[in-house]
Design a protein around this ligand. Structure first.
Ligand SMILES: Cc1cc2nc3c(=O)[nH]c(=O)nc-3n(C[C@H](O)[C@H](O)[C@H](O)COP(=O)(O)OP(=O)(O)OC[C@H]3O[C@@H](n4cnc5c(N)ncnc54)[C@H](O)[C@@H]3O)c2cc1C
Ligand code: FES
Length: 268
């Protein structure tokens, strides 16, 4: 069942990234969960929750295709959209210990929500976040309230010049963390998984797949060989489960169910 949502604000937070504030009554989401955002006569897309407070849902939407393009062009205060959810299994909330967040592009959004809801502080949390360039950066200043933040950009225009997993590697070489949370392009998650091989840190990472029903019925988002559904068994999976997924970093399922090699994703 969709809830009616009213656009309270829409602004370009970074190049190709729209920050959308929606007034909508929803069951309280937990960090890592997602909603389905429906634009009548256009389509419906999954979006991670970046925040939900006082009945206002916050989303960061990268412009990609039909639906996200429409939202970028038409979202103005007062516009009516529709939301269902929240869906899926989110992150396990950290309870003390040292936490490392690794985010790429809009993958930073659910990690920000996690840091805020868990009340993390820079004494216990380090965040490594990567973007295409300084023009694509989102949420870094807000994340600094909760974490010691390190930034990487693909073009070197801000922070470390290179992929964000290189920053994570440097941090992991000097410190032991209790938990690592990752969200971003799938190749980034593969690299983080590799970095943690043989180490004790518990990893949780959020995956994306094409989604239709979002409630575990249609099979669009199934991962081989375990038959896990990203919408219902995820989108957050443990490192132990990720290591058993042949599809990870390799295969994507098209809307018609056929598999194709996963295209390299930009950091966003
Ligand atoms: C659990 C989950 C959380 C997500 N959270 C966010 C978020 O917070 N912010 C954000 O900007 N995006 C997020 N996405 C990705 C977002 O859903 C897609 O970018 C969107 O569905 C594309 O729709 P479209 O109609 O604009 O593009 P289409 O016209 O459908 O396709 C354009 C391109 O986008 C690709 N695409 C289609 N569906 C997806 C998908 N589900 N994931 C990735 N690429 C896709 C297509 O392969 C194609 O190359 C999330 C996806 C999932 C599964
Ligand atoms: S989207 Fe239908 S089973 Fe996941």
């Amino acid at each position: 069942m969709h809830a009616r949502a009213r656009v309270a604000a829409a602004r370009l937070a970074a190049e190709q990234v729209l920050e959308l504030l929606l007034e909508v009554e929803l069951p309280d989401p937990s960090p890592g969960q997602f909603v389905m955002l429906w634009v009548p006569r256009v389509g419906e897309v999954p979006m991670s929750v970046a925040d939900y407070e006082g009945g206002v849902l916050r989303l960061f939407i990268t412009r990609r295709g039909v639906v996200t393009g429409y939202i970028h062009e038409n979202a103005r205060p007062g516009l009516a959209l529709f939301v269902r959810g929240p869906y899926g299994r989110g992150f396990t909330m950290p309870r003390g210990g040292r936490v490392l967040l690794v985010g790429g592009g809009t993958g930073t959004a659910p990690l920000y929500f996690l840091a805020k809801r868990a009340g993390l502080s820079s004494a216990g949390c380090t965040a490594a976040v990567g973007f295409k360039s300084s023009r694509h950066v989102i949420l870094v200043d807000e994340l600094r309230k909760y974490c010691d933040v390190r930034v990487a950009t693909d073009d070197g225009s801000l922070g470390h010049h290179g992929p964000v997993h290189e920053l994570a590697a440097a941090l992991l070489s000097g410190e032991r963390y209790d938990r690592v949370y990752a969200c971003g392009p799938e190749q980034m998650i593969v690299e983080v998984l590799r970095l943690l091989e043989g180490r004790e840190e518990a990893l949780e990472a959020s995956l994306e797949r094409y989604m239709r029903c979002a409630v575990g019925v249609c099979g669009s988002c199934v991962l081989d060989p375990l038959g896990l559904r990203v919408c219902r068994d995820g989108p957050v999976f443990s490192g132990a489960v990720l290591r058993r997924l042949h599809d990870l970093g390799r295969w994507w399922r098209e809307p018609d169910g056929r598999k194709r090699p996963l295209a390299p994703q930009a950091t966003g």
